[in-house]
Design a protein around this ligand. Sequence first.
Ligand code: 13P
Length: 251
Amino acid sequence: MGRRVIISGNWKMNKESAGAAELVKGLLADVKNMSAEREMIIFPPAIYLKEVSEMTKGSKIKTGAQNMYFKAEGAFTGENSPKMVKDAGAQYILIGHSERRHVFGETDALINQKVKAAYEFGLLPMLCIGELLEEFKAGKSKDVCKKQLVEGLKDVSADQMKSMVIAYEPVWAIGTGEVATPEIAEDIHKFCREVLTDLYSAEISSIVPILYGGSVKADNAAGLIAKENVDGALVGGACLDAASFMGIAKA
Ligand code: 13P
């Protein structure tokens, strides 16, 4: 299969300067042992993004921000702009993470503005989607993912989609230890690919990496990534320790 395989780590609101530097040093020491075909992206807290981007410059590790506002600058207290994310040395931007949606109330409309801002300012978006536990139990996972894709990708062109990354993170699997089975993940990823085919084309759909996130660990990563439509992982808790994250990267 020709798609990129990406192992990414979302640090969330964890680590301070010393811990961030220690984690990055640990990753830099071992990342050469990751398969050459794989890519690694880490998403540190914004306040350490520049430091981490400088440390990883020239290595196989790319960086991204966990969130941003969609405006270039202005009176938006507490927010970071796409230009600032770029200026800090990051290439990627995580958009629509479940915690942004469900803790901070981000809507699909706001998420769509951020996706468009990413392209406008030359950042590569990783759009996160995924259903809540009650939606999963009610058999609505696909409806929810479809809505989040359709609304999140509104007015995004086929050409822009060539650099899109999607992350499917079922909310019930995030931080719970309840990882989706490889079969569940494959079923949803395949469905998302069909949605992308309908929205764009079979060609675009076949290019876009779809990562799985939610309680990924070194011992369950291989089974997930072995699935045809699972193109890597977005890792939370298990990316905070270099050995554990590298275990996933090499799985
Ligand atoms: P965990 O790996 O801790 O379940 O978190 C997943 C996640 O939210 C990554 O963005």
